[in-house]
Design a binder for this molecule. Structure first.
Ligand code: NAP
Length: 281
């Protein structure tokens, strides 16, 4: 199959490596010419350029640009494509993207591979990134079955686990497990670093170990990514944050009233719930 990939970074480059290994002909488009050349050298694409017009002959296009550029990129892209071309994206928020693109391109299906590393850019691309990882698809009532089937066929080759849901369901779910943790972790770091007593602050910084490393990891990550989550998944994230605050208030209240029994019950229930989200290896 002839497949186009726009945005040759971690996700686009990794996708290209795997698609080529399955015999697809991959045409890449990226913003910088130097990235196109690296992508060709690394075997992520068969050919690449900085022009969306180079994708007129592909059957499927994966849009893998930064989140905020997906809609403008597709708006420009569709001026070059025949109506039969299937477009899908990999953006980590789905509602605004699906709502904006669906009215303008019938053969569009939103997607989100739940895979990644801490790195970005074409040099971060690795083979088999999507193996055994969830890959969410968000077809709507107007998405043609043929478009879904085409994208599913490709994703199955990546050996991902496919999940189907509505864009809003996806956004609320990722808000719980990905976007809320970033904000909670950021609040933790922020609160600790505001300790006014310099001696205690220094002591805490020297004593911090694995517990703090685990709980602060996502809050100490890429600030642009955190902002992007809040900006594009605004409603779902706010909903999660308000509910989180309610649970925090409950804990404060239990500690304030020295209700140790209730506190232990609450912690017992969180201990039981965690394995439903995190499967220990
Ligand atoms: P990335 O490594 O920064 O790659 C994005 C690439 O897009 C950049 O390397 C850049 O390449 C290129 N680009 C920027 N503007 C462009 C434009 N106007 N036209 C064409 N290419 C352009 O980011 P990523 O982590 O792969 O993320 C890409 C998408 O995947 C995002 O929408 C994100 O939500 C989604 N996603 C990310 C992860 C993750 O964990 N990282 C997981 C799942 C989904 P050059 O400027 O070098 O040409």
């Amino acid at each position: 199959m002839n497949i186009g990939i726009i945005g040759l970074g971690l996700i686009g480059g990794s996708l290209g490596l795997d698609l080529r290994s399955h015999g697809h002909h991959v045409i890449g488009v990226s913003r910088r010419q130097s990235t196109c050349e690296t992508a060709m050298k690394r075997g992520c694409v068969d050919c690449a350029s900085t022009h969306l017009s180079s994708l007129t002959t592909v059957e499927v296009v994966f849009v893998c640009t930064p989140l905020g550029l997906i809609i403008p990129t597709v708006t420009e892209l569709i001026t070059f494509l025949p109506k039969t071309t299937v477009i899908t994206d990999v953006g980590s928020v789905k509602t605004p993207i699906v709502q904006a693109i669906t009215p303008h391109w019938q053969n569009f299906i939103g997607g989100h591979p739940m895979a990644g590393t801490a790195e970005t850019g074409i040099d971060a691309a690795i083979p088999a990134l999507f193996v055994n990882r969830p890959y969410v698809l968000t077809p709507t009532s107007t998405t043609p079955e043929s478009a879904t089937a085409t994208v599913v066929g490709i994703i199955q080759q990546l050996k991902s686990h496919i999940y189907y849901c509505q864009p809003q369901e996806h956004d609320q779910a990722v808000s719980w497990i990905s976007h809320l943790p970033v904000m909670v972790s950021a609040a933790l770091i922020s609160a600790c670093s505001q300790e006014r007593d310099r001696h205690i602050l220094n002591l805490a910084q020297n004593l911090a170990s694995t517990g703090f490393r685990d709980t602060s990891r996502v809050g100490g990550g890429n600030p642009e990514l955190g902002r992007m989550m809040a900006e594009h998944n605004h409603e779902a994230l706010l909903n999660s944050l308000h509910q989180y605050r309610h649970h925090l208030d409950e804990l404060i209240n239990l500690i304030d009233t020295k209700n140790w029994q209730k506190l232990q019950q609450k912690l017992q229930s969180t201990q039981q719930e965690r394995p439903h989200f995190v499967k220990e290896k």
